[in-house]
Write a protein of this length. Structure first.
Length: 127
């Protein structure tokens, strides 16, 4: 019984450790025209690429899509124009006179495509 309890506690501690590592991955953004630029913190070890998706929180059913970006160790940004129109990304386009809030989800992917962490950020457009 003690062994079972110890293994359960060890598994729980490993899960908390993994969740804590993922929770440190963060992002902020700004607009470069209609293309985003992201500043990244706590990128998970083993990250090979990012998968990005944008949602208009005012019209969540609109398919804005997103894109992919490669990653090199030590990189702390996804530059302007990495994600641009025509590559599966429909830029922000609120009706004239309206300001919408756009949320980006950035998944850090390992070499095998598994999700290592996720960051979420949002910003209004136009500003």
């Amino acid at each position: 019984m003690k062994k079972l309890l110890l293994l359960t506690v060890m598994g729980f501690a490993a899960a908390i450790s993994s969740a804590t590592a993922q929770s440190k991955f963060g992002a902020t953004m700004r607009w470069c025209g209609t293309s985003p630029e992201f500043k990244l913190t706590g990128v998970p070890k083993g990250t090979a690429s990012f998968e990005l998706k944008m949602v208009d929180l005012d019209v969540p059913s609109y398919p804005h899509g997103g894109g992919k970006a490669s990653y090199q160790a030590g990189q702390n940004a996804i530059p302007c124009n990495t994600i641009s129109a025509g590559w599966g990304y429909n830029p922000p386009s609120p009706p004239p006179g309206q300001v919408h809030t756009y949320q980006w989800t950035i998944k850090a992917l390992g070499a095998n495509g598994g999700v290592l962490g996720q960051a979420v950020t949002q910003r209004k457009f136009p500003e």
